[in-house]
Design a protein around this ligand. Structure first.
Ligand code: GUN
Length: 292
């Protein structure tokens, strides 16, 4: 039976370190890190994320600035808000919740954010820095996955890793982080031939496809470490719904040596990493050292 990788406790430790860093910035440098979160429209899942981000930002002693725009907002108006936040000295991190409505060009919006304040790590400059081995601000979910892997794996160098999913938010930056740790990296996706065979080669398997319980025990090499990024709501018993990952926990946990549960694995790490990135940005903007 696989060891459970406890994302909740790891996230709690990270939040404590972030709080300590924030206290130091306030006391010794008169700086209160500030995070601006921009939400467009009424997507219920996005509203839940944004509420959690706000709560945890405040709990760690930082300032939270929230902007909720109507789903019919014009792209120009959104770009004007970004400009305003870019020049606001109280704001050290800017996050625009995705997805944006189809009428808005997400790339234009993301690339309008000052790269120094891009706590999502989605700006082309930060993507380029990560993929050339000079990472600055790194996307929160892959960063959280990498922190969990470093705690779990004795060594990463030379390991066969397979990332299933090629999104800009998770799959691609995850692959770049694994490569930076000297893993051999394969990205599998919906067009990959014999995906189960590819997955079975992995010492480290990261599932980020967004398809409930797609990866079963037969796809997993005995002893592999499995990181499940998926958060899928499916029908459960008695007319209720339940959350499951992209991995079928029951069968995979019989084969893997370690696995992240859903919920309680990668999920809690994502927001903790966002808070971490906000402190990193506040330090960089003020030419102060940062080491979390
Ligand atoms: N939507 C889903 N995940 C994310 C994320 O990490 N950042 C932003 N901005 N939007 C998201």
């Amino acid at each position: 039976m696989a060891e459970l990788i406890d994302g909740r406790s790891c996230a709690e430790e990270l939040r404590t370190s972030v709080s300590d860093h924030v206290s130091d910035l306030k006391i010794n440098h008169a700086i209160t890190p500030g995070l601006a979160v921009v939400l467009v429209g009424e997507d219920p899942a996005s509203q839940v994320y944004v509420r959690n981000k706000k709560k945890q930002t405040i709990e760690t002693g930082m300032k939270s600035y929230d902007y909720h725009l109507d789903e019919n907002v014009g792209e120009r108006q959104l770009l004007d808000l970004i400009d305003e936040l870019n020049s606001d000295p109280h704001v050290h991190g800017i996050l625009v919740q995705l997805p944006l409505p189809d009428s808005i060009d997400s790339h234009a919006v993301i690339n309008a954010i000052d790269p120094m304040k891009d706590v999502d790590g989605f700006h082309l400059r930060n993507v380029g820095l990560l993929s050339t081995g000079n990472a600055n601000l790194v996307p929160c979910t892959p960063l959280g996955c990498m922190m969990l892997l470093k705690r779990t794996c004795e060594k990463l160098s030379g390991m066969n890793s397979v990332v299933v999913g090629r999104s800009n938010i998770v799959g691609k930056p995850m692959a770049a982080l694994l490569l930076a740790e000297n893993c051999t990296v394969t990205i599998g996706h919906s067009r990959t031939k014999n995906l189960p065979d590819v997955c079975r080669e992995a010492d480290i398997l990261v599932a980020a496809v967004g398809r409930a319980e797609m990866i079963t025990g037969e796809w997993v090499k005995p002893g592999a470490v499995v990181i499940d990024v998926g958060i899928n709501r499916i029908d459960g018993k008695h007319g209720k719904t339940r959350l499951v990952g992209d991995v079928e926990f029951e069968s995979v946990s019989m084969v893997a040596s370690a696995i992240t549960p859903v919920p309680g694995g990668v999920g809690p790490m994502t927001i903790a990493c966002l808070l971490r990135n906000t402190v990193q940005a506040a330090c960089a903007i003020n030419n102060l050292p940062f080491n979390l």
